[in-house]
Design a protein around this ligand. Structure first.
Ligand SMILES: [Zn+2]
Length: 200
């Protein structure tokens, strides 16, 4: 069963964050970021454990602790030397890419432990793409009003928490919530929840 919370969050992890987490892997750009995300997603797909945040999943995937970096192997989907074109220009002439000829090897590198975001510390959030009347603001209280779909470890109906960030997702606004229960699962704008009035 895919760990949906971590899988959702992974889509937001950018190349700069991963470059910092994989300090020995240079150059590190968008292709490298995509390969790493793919590797973690694949690993999540075969894993029964439930991870609330991408950092939890990352640390488990890498086998990293605060004291000790982990070692990971990431398959490459695109040749880093020729960008997948299979030839390189040498003195203005195209020549076969030797890296492709020899087979693009997976990257084996150290992966640093990632601290989990602490609850109660609201971070500056990127504004949502489109603001919908139903969307809460950072600092608002929200309450789960229905069963979250397709979720192996769902929040309970009635769970309440404080919104810590909002961000555009895969076409759906994501809502970061610090739940009173201590969990840090995000909501999607389409999930069943309500904004709890400050005056109640
Ligand atoms: Zn190549």
């Amino acid at each position: 069963m895919l760990s949906l919370h971590a899988a959702r969050e992974l889509h937001h992890v950018n190349a700069a964050q991963l470059a910092a987490a994989l300090p020995q892997w240079r150059p590190f750009g968008r292709d490298e970021r995509d390969d790493v995300i793919r590797a973690v997603q694949r690993w999540l797909g075969g894993n029964r454990a439930q991870y609330d945040t991408w950092q939890q999943a990352w640390n488990a995937w890498a086998g990293a602790t605060p004291e000790r970096a982990g070692l990971v192997t990431v398959p490459r989907t695109r040749c880093p030397d020729c960008g997948g074109r299979r030839y390189r220009l040498r003195h203005g002439r195209p020549g076969v890419c030797v890296t492709c000829l020899n087979g693009v090897r997976p990257v084996r590198t150290t992966a640093l432990w990632q601290p989990e975001p602490a609850c109660g510390r609201a971070t500056a959030a990127p504004p949502p793409e489109q603001s919908t009347p139903q969307l809460p603001a950072v600092g608002d209280r929200v309450k789960v009003t229905g069963v979250l779909p397709d979720d192996p470890s769902p929040l309970e109906v009635g769970d309440e928490g404080t919104v810590t960030w909002l961000g555009p997702g895969m076409g759906i606004t994501q809502i970061g919530v610090c739940w009173d229960s201590g969990r840090t699962l995000m909501l999607l704008a389409t999930d069943p929840f309500t904004i709890v009035s400050d005056h109640q």
